[in-house]
Ligand binder design. Structure first.
Ligand code: SF4
Ligand code: SF4
Length: 411
């Protein structure tokens, strides 16, 4: 396979070798906070990878656990004064350890098949959602079950036209919006159209590859990256928007490391809408904004979503101790207790804030937080923007508005 991986061992080792073991990368590492054992933190994992790459440490079940128990949240990278790319080293280590890692073997086989026939996998999951999926969740084999929609968002090539065209954008739906939360994608399309943007959902989008990479399936992820690059790079659009920060991070920053070129127009919605939506208050609720890790650490966006929420007339109640929700893709499947303890911590922050609503900007975080935050809505930023811009302007009462009203008094 003609990927950039052939150059990687030396590059990764060179990058790891810059480490002076200062420990700054441990400060925000959620797994370090949960367990101070050195190999369960960013610095410890790097040292183990150094040992693996230099042949001083051999693959083992314990080593796999240390390397696969990283959330790939990216909190460590920005903290390193020498710029060591710790998640890149972890991805590389996982690709090296994949063959010896039996624990996730079934999931690899399942994902390989799902990537080949995604719509068939969706239909089977949908057919079994009323008996098999809840039973598996009850037995603790999967962390939770969630109702699936009748049909995915993406079908063939879709172009949503507008009368007075201000611009043209593409939407990268990602698997979570396409197969679990298509209504979020519909909100995004509606908002874009109201603002005068023609919206394209091109034929041929495939999974961004993040889940495959997290399991060490680098070659399969490279294949997905090439397909997406081919589909999206040919489009004449102003931006490629995704409602999932992991997809955006992957398209924009990880594809160059994987295939030597990235989709530079990939953008988070808060960056795109920041100077485009004119909204002047009105929703009048209080909210807790949960920062998705990849939005905060990899895309560097904290101010933009908050600014938009405040523009919509929502009072933000901040928590000083806000952190990861513990979802992290497949992390919540394999490290159930640790994932749960991160979720409980963030739930406590939310309850203590006494905010009416929780707003985030990642479908995975919504899935995770909705398990324990059941007394108030957990919403995606795009729903707030749609409410503030499309419905309040037209003086219509949206589904969201009704949902927010049903929440009742503050807890
Ligand atoms: S990516 Fe996150 S969990 Fe993994 S080592 Fe870095 S800070 Fe820790
Ligand atoms: S912050 Fe950078 S230099 Fe310091 S221990 Fe972590 S990786 Fe090494």
């Amino acid at each position: 396979m003609n990927s950039t991986r052939s150059k990687e061992p030396a590059n990764i080792l060179k990058d790891i070798s810059k480490c002076v073991r200062c420990g700054s990368c441990r400060v925000l590492c959620p797994t370090s906070a949960d367990d101070p054992l050195e190999p369960l933190g960013a610095r410890g994992r790097l040292m183990l990878l150094r040992g693996l790459l230099t042949g001083k440490i051999q693959p083992s079940r314990l080593l796999n656990e240390r390397i696969f128990s990283c959330l790939l949240c990216g909190a460590c990278t920005g903290k390193c004064p020498l710029g060591v790319d710790i998640p890149a080293a972890i991805y590389y280590g996982r690709a090296l350890l994949e063959k010896t890692d039996k624990k996730r073997g079934f999931m690899r086989a399942f994902l390989r098949l799902s990537m080949k026939w995604p719509d068939l996998a969706f239909s089977l999951a949908r057919m079994s959602q009323h008996f098999l999926v809840p039973a598996l969740a009850k037995l603790g084999i999967i962390p939770f079950s969630h109702a699936l929609p009748e049909i995915p968002l993406r079908r063939l090539e879709q172009v949503f036209k507008v009368q007075k065209k201000r611009g043209r954008v593409a939407v990268f739906t990602g698997c979570s919006v396409n197969y679990i939360f298509p209504s979020l994608g519909e909100s995004l399309i509606n908002l874009l159209q109201q603002l005068g943007y023609e919206v394209v959902l091109p034929k041929g989008e495939v999974c961004c590859g993040a889940l495959l990479r997290s399991l060490g399936l680098e070659d399969e992820a490279v294949l997905q990256a090439k397909k997406n690059y081919q589909v999206f790079s040919r489009l004449k659009v102003e931006a490629i928007l995704s409602l999932c920060p992991t997809c955006t991070m992957n398209l924009k920053f990880d594809y160059p490391k994987m295939i030597g070129k990235g989709l530079e127009k990939a953008m988070d919605i808060s960056a795109f809408f920041r100077d485009k939506v004119e909204i002047t208050g009105g929703i009048g609720k209080t909210a807790f904004f949960h920062d998705p890790c990849h939005l905060r650490y990899s895309l560097g966006m904290q101010e933009e979503p908050r600014e938009l929420i405040q523009k919509a007339g929502i009072e933000l109640i901040e928590s000083r101790d806000s952190g990861c929700c513990g979802f992290a893709g497949l992390y919540c499947f394999y490290y159930r207790d640790r994932s749960r303890s991160l979720l409980q911590r963030q739930t406590k922050n939310i309850i203590d804030s006494r905010a009416d609503t929780v707003i985030t900007s990642c479908p995975g975080c919504i899935l995770q937080l909705s398990q324990t935050v059941t007394d108030r809505p957990v919403l995606h930023l795009v729903e707030i923007l749609e409410e503030a811009y499309c419905y309040r302007q037209a003086d219509k009462k949206s589904v969201l508005k009704a949902q927010m009203e049903r929440v009742g008094e503050k807890p």
